[in-house]
Design a protein around this ligand. Sequence first.
Ligand code: MN
Length: 241
Amino acid sequence: MARGRKPKIGITPNYDYEKDVISINRGYCDAIQKSGGLGIILPLNEDMDFLQSIIQECDGFLLSGGSDVDAKYYGEVNLPVNGRISPIRDRVELFIAKKAIEDNKPVMGICRGIQIMNVAMGGSLYQDIYSQIKDKEILKHFQDAPKWYPTHEIYIEKGSRVREIMGLERLEVNSFHHQAVKDLAPGMKATSRTYDGIIESIEYSGHRFAIGVQWHPELMWQRDPVFLNLFAELVDEASKF
Ligand code: MN
């Protein structure tokens, strides 16, 4: 990348089928801007040539939170407990995640994003942790508290990238999910968990920066700057790409 040019980070938005509106929480965009990157909201388009052109323009990607993934992408049927599905987001984001990982291009997935990254590389998800995990007590992972407020603790693996970036072994985070990574994709490592064993972060081995987190740092960094670290590292890696 040319010296002095800000790295472009493609951010995937939500799509509301009823209203025909694309939208994104400001926290993602502001975090990229604050980290010195140029956040670009990606148009969701199923034209793969168009998508390929947009992808080439980006130095890194941020896969945002959102609805559930169609279970067919991990070889299952959709059970009643699987929530709302966004066909266009599934297609676009699975494509971007796979491409970014194959091309060693920086990519970070948040909430739905961690799930997309795992599925894109051949892993699977719990369609609903509460109805599908019966052998242990599961924490409250869909909090009923302000969005920035941390409601559970995670334990971060020694030697992992997330540990290095956050600088902590234990971290209190927010939680807004009823699904989670089940079987890890080949090459994907779980790097943090809650005490109930739920995977809260993953990273792809040998990649310059392919990290997924189950919590929402885009809602926390405004009050606790340590949560900006992940975005800063994404932008930094993208600037080297
Ligand atoms: Mn959680």
